[in-house]
Design a protein. Sequence first.
Lengths: 329, 500, 334
Amino acid sequence: MKKKKGILTIFQPEYALFWLILLAIIFFWIMQPAFVSFGNLMNVLKNASYMALMVLGLTWVIATNEMDCSFPDVAACASMVFAWLAFHGYSVLVSFIIAMLSGILCGVLTSILVVRFKYHSLITTIAVSTIAKSVAAALYGGMPLSVPVIKSTGFYKFVNSYLAGIPVIFIIAVAIYAVLFIIQEKTRYGQYVYALGENRVAVQEAGIKTGKVLTGVFITSAFFAALSGILMVFVVYGSGQPKMGSAFFLDGFTVVFLGAMVMKLGKTNVVGTFLGGIMLAIVVNGLTQLGASFATSQITKGVLLVIGIVIAALGQRKNRGKAGLLKYE
Amino acid sequence: MEENRLELIGINKTFTAVKALDTADFFLKRGEVHGLLGINGAGKSTLIKIISGIYSKDSGEILMDGKPVVIKNAQDAIALGISTVYQDPQMIDSFTGYENIYLGMENESKSDISPISRKKMRDEAKKLLEQYPLDIDLEKPVSLLSAIEREIIALLRAIARKCDILILDEPTSILTEKEKQILFDCIRELKGKGVSIIYITHHLDEVSTICDSYTIFRNGKTVASENVIGGKVDVNHIAELMIGEKLSRFYPEKNASPADEAFSCEGISLSEKLNDIGFSARKGEILGIFGLVGSGIDELSKIMYGAMDYSEGSLKIAGEFVKLKNTESAIEHGIYLVPGNRKTEGQIGNLSIAENITLAKLSRVLDKLGLVKRSEEQKLSGELINTLSIATPDGYKKVQELSGGNQQKVVIGKGLFSQAKVYVFCEPTVGVDVGAKSGIYEIMRGLAKDSAVIILSSDPEEVLGNADRIIVLNQGRITLQCADKETTLKQMLVKATSNQ
Amino acid sequence: MRIIRKDNKGEAITIAAFFVLFAAVAITFQIFEPTFLTWDSVTTMLKTGATTAIAALGLTFVIVVSHSDISFYMTSCFSSMFMAWLISLKIHPIIAVAGGLLMGFIWGGISGIAVGKFKLPDIISTIAIGSIAFGAAYVFSDGAFIYEEFHTSGIINLSEHRFLGITVSVWIMLVLYIIAYFALDRSKIGRWFYSTGANKRAAFFSGVRVNQVIIAAFIVSGVLAALAAIIYDAAQGQGNVKIGMNFLMPCFSAIYIGWSVFKKPCVIGTFFGALISTVITTGFTVMSIPYYYSDLTMAGVLILAIGLSKMQFKSKESDIAKPDDKAEGQVAQA
């Protein structure tokens, strides 16, 4: 395959997401000129940041060819644990730490079942997500738990503030993404995550402990799901939300698979997920402004996910020849 | 330079009923390229798997520099400086060359999240590569590299791990003539650095080009260990040693009575794998097709069965042109294939013997409502279990619990049950012990009474011992087609391996 | 039931243990809630269990061919809303139900073709397709309940009408299970399904049209999920857009519970699995324990069931350990 040079490279599939983002912005701008106001665009970034944080870990889980369906419910669980503790008078810091631990615990449970007992990751995470969802609901009878007390804390003011017009939470997200990007690109761990997803035999032959890598990705996934769940209590809801899982299930996968178009074609990655988050936030925000129905936005997200899956599949199939394949393949 | 780097003395290894190695000896000198020769099943692969720690030996001694060593697993072997490069090296396709070379040893740190320096890896890899007469773009993903380039990457990976005993398992099987020369230059370079190389090959003319000495295996035993003198070897002499004086196994008496043509193909081609293959098989005889692994026999068998598309040519059954849409229509036309890989293609291990046997033609045991008649199924499969003498108490036993030979008989039984007219056997006795082998040969000869039988095999003895007519395939082309009496094992081997 | 008839001590013990567990669960609830095992409560339990059981039956087909379907519970929402919409247009209920089932067929077919023909990864593709279907379910009423014409059209009878004291929905469920048992365990089609699931490549070499089998499995899953949602609608007396959202966990649990007992995903296993999960959830409801505790219990049961389904019996282990050694022999000779 010869690489196209110069200006033409921007038409390569690796850049498809940039075009999609641009197209979406232009589309909403034409339909609703107020869409491209500074305030609204910052709002988009704000929404993108917690969305992208929630699926940050999921990105790596999928890169290793595993599955994690538990992330939205782990977020819900952490948000409820946090709200419940804060509601009962614990300090924000203590509540935060314990809530994070509850999320991490879900990740530990998943990884033990998948790595140690060789469970299928899909069905395991369905079970773990049910556990997380149930715990979240049990804490306050299945109702959202409002925690007005946090509004007076410094942390609340901090995450809701703006720095030079840019929401602080977005800056936090960018910083976290930068760290994860460095881990993905510049450490052995990141190297192994992708190696594992592509060829497990080669990884084992190279003497790498696959179990350790997998444990890492599942716990990372739970960690960021929990973090995002707690941040949403501060930024979005002002309350713990036991049922937010269903709202973020599709969004999460759409973000991650849109991201698979970027950088490493066909593979989910940190940069892609971040851009995917922005893309989805634009679409959600734009559609809301246009007064689109739930059906429209859900179908749009689904179609975006399909686009992501197909491009990812094509990217991975690129180098396979046709001759010598069996007829059913 | 005459000291032995590696010595294996009196190695035995038995798999259930198969004696893979029988007091085998092997000596490797420092800084030599040592050819390891033998037909399929001679024990070469088992020997190198013992050296590289994948199998453990039953008995015998391994010495390095005269001192006994223990190799329990692959890590032990690597620690001792032993590294193996397989025919199709496992790689991370989207990673660059240097990333693959240093996979698992990116830096010295124990921590997984310590930073790695791609620049350092790249520079070191380049430095390694510079010593070899080939320019590879180490910054490209390896999926974009050619076969030889991947091979060299795999070599460098072994060298980066500081190995000084390198095992090359049929490294030239997927290389072109020109690429082979490049590989040989690299091997000479390595030899110059004092690396000892075990070189496994089927291509006898390579021995004189690259090897200093060679050891020949037959039936798990070391039959000869000789030096290459003056860059020449007697190919005929080696072929004789590889296959023995005469057929070493028992084969059923040939009683061919060729009748009408049952199956034929004309001008079958498949991109680079098969080229203009044409032959016909007649009822009442066994047609044998011999070719090395990778010569195209596997693809050919699948094309005959409608399992794989071909680019040109046509198939005829009983004189009529047919287009086989899929395997189902092949079975309807009375063709049945015993596929080359029993475990992944032949048997469904998780199902019972009876369920396996009836699968290809369930219509025979269905009642009016379309349900499987269990008693009928047990009766018919029971009859086949008896005819094929499959060792099992009943048809309920799962296939994966049987021995290799019996598993293969179940796969054959599936064909008998489908009442085929043309039986194609691809590598029918791989992983089957000697006793069961002759059983399978008897079955094939029995089948040849009322139907056409085609055997494709990489074991020349098996082909010559069973077939009434012989075809030899070399790199996708027919290089010999004659009656069994007109050829010898030696000629077949030469026709299949040399590049004229 | 050959598996039971076959002399295998280990399996006989597990099945016995399963019934003991079943009895223990039932008796526990009986102790806490004396009305638990009355005729009325048992028939109600069967009525509620029927929908889960039907959806789980469909999913069983997909699991048998070694794939996963995450779309069935979301597509069922679309099918049910489509049916309800037809009812509200005063269309004959039989046609409306047929329409709903047709939608299940189409959505299942789309998933099946994506996975079977285009080889897209099953889990994520079905999530995408299911989500689109779920979004499309809002088209009919923008998410509101559809109850127009429901009580006059007779669709309610699908759930409420009783025959020999048992509701029609339960009869439908039983008939479907009997058909499915014969289809999967006794017919040619069933052999094709199991062989595809066990070893797709070898099944292909035995003349099985594996791609069509996979597509068919997803279609069965789609249609039965649609039927389950339609019956649920009939029971509630309205078209509910979120009707299927609670199918996911119970269906997977039912299959894995069955799997753990019968050592393979199968119709009878799913039936018992659905039964036991219904008893547990009904038990919790009867004792007015909140839904999340029964969910939590079910998740625990699911994890346990997977563990059991992976376990090999001691007596068998010695037999099973060997094939690997033989495989090595095969590799050694290759």
